[in-house]
Write a protein that binds this ligand. Structure first.
Ligand code: MN
Length: 204
């Protein structure tokens, strides 16, 4: 496997304005995401794990030696989570899912609005740093919950198809303490086409 790299944003730093501001995107991608990658590499380079995809490391955290387990969990999680975050947002996006994902959301949550309410409540209710997640469970169902820090659902056997970063570094420059406003605005940049693709892949 080629050495892990920081994927560039799939759009410009200012592309998600006015919902997510350019200064936040610059520091979030170039500094925070880069640091997760750097620290993951520091932990695994020269070990038997350096060529294992980071998602696999997170799925089997219990098998990682204790000496580097916390680094893999935190920085490997940070690396993987932000890769998903950037690719599931887009300018001129938002709206609602379509196709199979729309059907599954209706079946699991009753309606798209009910899903949004549940997801926003998970994001708002996460005490301190963490993420809200929409996942596909092992049984193939959809579920919503939050996890602290950079923990990724794959460690619990679920596949994340959408995540919302509610670390303060994700919103503080623009929104300060107004996390609920950040969450409400974020729906305008969710790339449901991409989330639908990830849903299809996770169900295979
Ligand atoms: Mn972040």
């Amino acid at each position: 496997m080629a050495k892990l790299t920081l994927p560039p944003l799939p759009y410009g730093y200012a592309a998600l304005e006015p919902w997510i501001d350019e200064p936040t995107m610059r520091v979030h991608h170039d500094k925070h995401h880069q640091a997760y990658l750097d620290n993951l590499l520091k932990a695994i380079t020269g070990t038997e794990f350096e060529n294992v995809p980071p998602e696999k490391l997170l799925a089997g955290l219990g098998q990682i030696p204790e000496k580097i387990r916390a680094a893999v969990r935190n920085h490997g999680g940070g690396y993987v989570n932000h890769n998903l975050f950037w690719e599931t947002m887009a300018p001129q996006a938002g709206g609602a899912p379509a196709g199979e994902l729309a059907k599954a959301v209706g079946k699991e949550f009753g309606s798209f609005d009910a899903f949004k309410e549940k997801f926003a409540a998970a994001a708002a209710g996460q005490f301190g740093s963490g993420w809200a997640w929409l996942v596909v469970t092992r049984a193939g169902a959809l579920a919503v919950y939050s996890l602290p820090n950079q923990d990724n659902p794959v460690t619990g056997g679920d596949t994340a198809i959408l995540g919302l970063d509610v670390w303060e570094h994700a919103y503080y420059l623009k929104y300060q303490n107004r996390r609920a406003e950040y969450i409400g605005n974020w729906w305008n940049v969710v790339n449901w086409t991409k989330v639908g693709e990830l849903y299809g892949r996770a169900r295979k």
